[in-house]
Structure formats: structure tokens, C-alpha cells
Design a protein around this ligand. Structure first.
Ligand SMILES: NC(=O)c1ccc[n+]([C@@H]2O[C@H](COP(=O)([O-])OP(=O)(O)OC[C@H]3O[C@@H](n4cnc5c(N)ncnc54)[C@H](OP(=O)(O)O)[C@@H]3O)[C@@H](O)[C@H]2O)c1
Length: 289
């Protein structure tokens, strides 16, 4: 158990969201995530990112139950992507809560405007609002929404769009981020480590390496290039939803919170180099416009 106090950011509905999140999709998709979730919580990550689509909410619940941390200190997200025949959005959340062994989630998201929610975004959003009033979800939001999709739900409530956000989608993401800022909407980032994982050898590599060296010199601590990407997100006030199968990496993610800020020049260098290419991992339909 750690005495680390997680960094948090405010949402527009009065709640806060912890900056660093541990996800149970991608590497843990449809896998038992209980041990990894427990490790993450016990080493200082209190924000857990789950989804009905990940097929492992029961193991997320088991990991939470096994970890020694009070419920009110945790921030648990789940998402709806499909509406099985005869079920309401509420029915799916009640099922999720049973699997998660919780009375409420901190954040309930529409996972995407596609799949089972295609053409039903507005009606699903109204159900989310009712669930927030009922207390089954403290905050509500959307994920993988384009500006035109967010506009559909903008007349009401707190919206937290989750988007793929790393230097190689920096340029393409600016319109939706600017739109969010204008409307008091906080965006969270997933796949933030893409330059280190799915697209290595790209133009940001030398910049990340030199910033890492600068931080090592200034702090006298070990600093990784992954942490530099985390600091790039933190500088922008964007929560980082990441994951890992390794305890050492979880500690590394948490340690990012105590590193100093990047300079504005360093952030600009990453933006400039990142903008030289475009590489999106998930929801490639976002680019088909
Ligand atoms: N809303 C959505 O539609 C959506 C979409 C995608 C993802 N997500 C959420 O975001 C979470 C994280 O997504 P992500 O996995 O794409 O995040 P990420 O932060 O880009 O990558 C994390 C992965 O990178 C690996 N990694 C970390 N540092 C590394 C390094 N230095 N070298 C090589 N590999 C390294 C980790 O593997 P190790 O096990 O080796 O540490 C881990 O599997 C998901 O689990 C999910 O909860 C949401």
C-alpha cells in the first residue's frame, strides 16, 4: 500500500477525475484483470477504466474487492457500446454494477457513436442523465465522439470525451479538443504511449530522448521516455488512461506524478514533431470524413 496522493482534475459537474488511470481493455481485453487491477490500486492508481465491451468487468470487480483501498478513494469507469435486444441502458449498467460489485460507477460513458449506439446516441444520452440523477453513475460522458456527435448531446450535463491522444494524432485531435475546451468538456487520453509501442522510430523519438536526459540531469532520478509522454499529457491537463502487465511499469506511471513539468518549448517540440505524421490505432472511422 502506498501513501501517494493521486493528482486530480476537475470535471464540469463538480466531481474530480484522477489524472492517471489503469485500463482493462487493450492488453487485458477479455482477460482476467483481477491481479493487475489489484496491483495497480495497491501501488497508487485509483482510477480504473473498464467497459462492458472488454468482457472482464467481473475481474475488474474482483481486483477492486481484493485491493485494500476504500471505495470512496477509487474512481471507476465503465462504458456501454451495445444494447442487447430488450435491454435498456439502465439494465446494462445494473448488470455491470453486479459484476463490479459496486453500488455506483464514477463515470459511465457511451463507448462510441457507432456499434449498437449508431443512430441512438441522443436517446442513450437521456438514459445516462437519468442514471446520473438516480446516483448509479456520478458523472457521465462519451468516448470516441467527433464534434458532430458531441453536438448531439451538448444541450445537457457533463460530457467527458475519451479519445486516442498522443503526438501522432496531435494535429488531428486539436479541433475536438478545442471544441471541448470551449464547452467546458474535459478530454481524457488513451493510447498515449503509441510512439513507444505501436509506432516506434518516428519523429518524436529524438525529442523524447533529449527531454528525458534533461529531466534526469535536473532531478537526479531515473526518468523514462514513457514518463515524458505522460508529462506531455499532464502539461495539457489531459488524464492518461494506460495499462501494464508489469509492476515496475505501474510504479513508473505513478512516479510520473512527482516529476516536474515539461517546459513550454519542450511541449512545442513534441507537438511539432508529432504533427509530421498521422497514426491512429483505434476507431479509424474518425478519419473518414
Ligand atoms: N475509450 C476507448 O475507446 C478506449 C480505446 C483504447 C483504449 N482505452 C483504454 O485505455 C487503456 C490503455 O490503452 P493502451 O494500452 O493503448 O495505452 P498505452 O498507455 O498507450 O499503452 C500501454 C501499453 O504499453 C506497454 N508499454 C508501456 N511502456 C512501454 C515501453 N516503454 N515499451 C514498450 N511497451 C510499453 C504496456 O505493456 P507492458 O505490459 O509491457 O507494460 C501496456 O500494454 C485500455 O486498457 C483501455 O482501458 C479506451
Amino acid at each position: 500500500m502506498t501513501d501517494h496522493t493521486p493528482l486530480t482534475l476537475p470535471l464540469n459537474d463538480g466531481h474530480t477525475i484522477p489524472w492517471l488511470a489503469f485500463g482493462t481493455g487493450t492488453a487485458l481485453l477479455r482477460r482476467d484483470a483481477a491481479a493487475e487491477v489489484r496491483n495497480a490500486i495497491e501501488h497508487g492508481i485509483v482510477h480504473l477504466d473498464g467497459a462492458q465491451l472488454y468482457g472482464n468487468e467481473d475481474s475488474l470487480g474482483a481486483g477492486i474487492a481484493a485491493a485494500d483501498r476504500p471505495r470512496e478513494e477509487l474512481f471507476v469507469t465503465t462504458k456501454i457500446a451495445d444494447l442487447p435486444d430488450g435491454q435498456t441502458v439502465r439494465d446494462t449498467l445494473v448488470e455491470s454494477l453486479k459484476k463490479l460489485r459496486l453500488d455506483y460507477v464514477d463515470l459511465f460513458l457511451l463507448h462510441s457513436p457507432m456499434r449498437g449506439l449508431k443512430g441512438r446516441v441522443k436517446e442513450a444520452w437521456l438514459e445516462l442523465e437519468a442514471l446520473q440523477k438516480e446516483g448509479l453513475a456520478r458523472s457521465i460522458g462519451v468516448s470516441n465522439f467527433r464534434i458532430q456527435d458531441i453536438e448531439e448531446v451538448l444541450e445537457v450535463g457533463a460530457v467527458v470525451p475519451a479519445i486516442e491522444y498522443h503526438p501522432y494524432v496531435f494535429k488531428a485531435s486539436q479541433p475536438v479538443l478545442d471544441f471541448g475546451k470551449k464547452h467546458g468538456i474535459l478530454a481524457t487520453s488513451y493510447c498515449g504511449l503509441v510512439p513507444l509501442t505501436r509506432h516506434t522510430g518516428g519523429p518524436v523519438d529524438p525529442v523524447l530522448a533529449s527531454i528525458r536526459e534533461r529531466l534526469v540531469k535536473d532531478t537526479g532520478k531515473e526518468v523514462t521516455t514513457g514518463q515524458v509522454l505522460g508529462l506531455w499529457l499532464r502539461y495539457q491537463g489531459t488524464p492518461q488512461i494506460t495499462t501494464s502487465s508489469k509492476l515496475e511499469r505501474v510504479k513508473e506511471y505513478v512516479a510520473t506524478e512527482s516529476l516536474p513539468d515539461l517546459t513550454p518549448e519542450e511541449v512545442q517540440q513534441i507537438n511539432d514533431e508529432g504533427s509530421k505524421i498521422h497514426f491512429r490505432v483505434a476507431c479509424k472511422w474518425i478519419d473518414d470524413e
